[in-house]
Design a protein around this ligand. Structure first.
Ligand SMILES: Nc1nc2c(ncn2[C@@H]2O[C@H](COP(=O)(O)OP(=O)(O)O)[C@@H](O)[C@H]2O)c(=O)[nH]1
Ligand SMILES: [Mg+2]
Length: 358
């Protein structure tokens, strides 16, 4: 990784320098304004800004490996215990599958689903259902009906639907670092730059000052108005002043999933404004346990959608399926990289199925 500081008279210039020198993939690590030294002899210095940016040297793309059955390698590194546990896992899955009433030709598919993170109960339910629909036994078990059923049960609601009258307000909540701010920038670019809609950005980031700057800079680049809201009165005023917009995107500061107060505060703010569509943002690199904890933290606000980030770094995608099906929370978007605005896609069941079946 190469890190460099850029100073200029304003953020637009500093950013241009970052892009010129480090390229389009440069990441903004931090930003600050530099106060001029105490004026001397009546001359007032101007405030300068500093951006610290980094560029990563080519990093390998991780593609999930496909295997119907886990590959058991007997190399010196694979100890006996590990081998036993692998075999045990395989055996227990087969036994489980049998005890769940699945047919022998379905066991491979069951194992594949479970190895890709699908909940065991959910996997067996899906397989049982497809068995009812396709009772004929074949040596080469057809995965197609399984995939079709999975597509049917996975709720996806697609892109943000603009109301057509008055601004549509969409807020993004979730843990820190999952990619909320980056995703908002991608969505703003899609609507403002590609579709020519009127967009405003609002940050409820009153917690991490750096995080506010990040969205402010994106706003500057896209020439989209950016506002900071400290509380409900602020947000109400801001929303009223942008009544001419088609879309108002609201960023929040993620805090620990243990901070119970935080979601209460957000609920109060969103309730006061009314009509805000709320997307929970989760990263597929997180453990499923964190999905559950985050869901419990934020569900009192009233979640409308879930959005999954970092598909490019994910290794198994069953958890995504489990989460949306279990909580009946439709998926809106996926993101699969750090590039703004390219790495954003509208969520489709097909994509999830192919991630799971590779
Ligand atoms: N690999 C990858 N990184 C991402 C993706 N989305 C965001 N990031 C990175 O995740 C980090 C945190 O993003 P940020 O938007 O600040 O997260 P926030 O704290 O939720 O607002 C940044 O380095 C982003 O570039 C993605 O889809 N894939
Ligand atoms: Mg943020």
């Amino acid at each position: 990784m190469r890190i460099k500081k850029f100073t200029a008279n304003n953020y637009s210039i500093a950013l241009r320098e970052v892009k010129e020198e480090l390229g389009e993939d440069a990441l903004i690590l931090s930003t600050r304004s530099i106060k001029p030294p105490t004026p001397t002899a009546g001359r007032k210095g101007a405030t300068r800004v500093e951006i610290t940016a980094a560029v990563e040297y080519a990093s390998p793309v991780i593609t999930p490996q496909h295997s119907d059955m886990p590959e058991i390698k007997t190399s010196p590194e694979t100890g006996d215990a590990e081998l036993k546990s692998l075999i045990f896992n395989l055996l227990s899955q087969t036994d489980q599958a049998r005890s769940l009433g699945l047919r022998s030709d379905q066991i491979d598919t069951y194992s594949h689903l479970v190895e890709n993170g699908l909940d065991k109960k959910l996997a067996s339910k899906i397989l049982q259902k497809t068995l009812e629909q396709n009772p004929q036994h074949s040596d080469d078990y057809d995965k197609e009906p399984v995939m079709n059923l999975m597509k049917k049960v996975l709720p996806c609601k697609g892109e943000i639907d603009l109301k057509g009258y008055g601004p549509k307000m969409v807020a993004f909540v979730g843990p820190t670092g999952v990619g909320k701010t980056t995703t908002i920038a991608k969505i703003a670019a899609e609507y403002a730059l590609r579709r020519g809609q009127k967009v405003a950005l609002v940050s409820l980031d009153t917690y991490r000052l750096g995080a506010i700057d990040q969205l402010r800079i994106y706003g500057e680049i896209m020439e989209v108005p950016f506002e900071v809201a400290g509380g409900k009165e602020d947000l109400r005023r801001i929303v009223a002043s942008h009544s001419d917009k088609d879309l108002i995107l609201i960023d929040t500061t993620g805090r620990s999933h243990q901070d119970k107060d935080y979601s209460g505060q957000l609920k109060e703010i969103f309730d006061a404004v009314g009509g805000v569509e709320i997307h929970l943002v989760l990263s597929v690199t997180a453990q499923e346990k964190l999905f559950t904890a985050t869901y419990h933290q934020f569900s009192p606000i009233g979640l409308d959608r879930v959005l999954f980030t970092k598909l490019d770094e994910g290794l198994s995608f069953g958890s995504l399926f489990n989460f949306s099906v279990r909580n009946r929370l439709p998926i809106s978007y996926f993101t699969s990289g750090q590039r703004v605005p390219e790495d954003l896609e509208i969520a489709r069941p097909d994509r999830v199925i192919s991630l799971i079946f590779n």
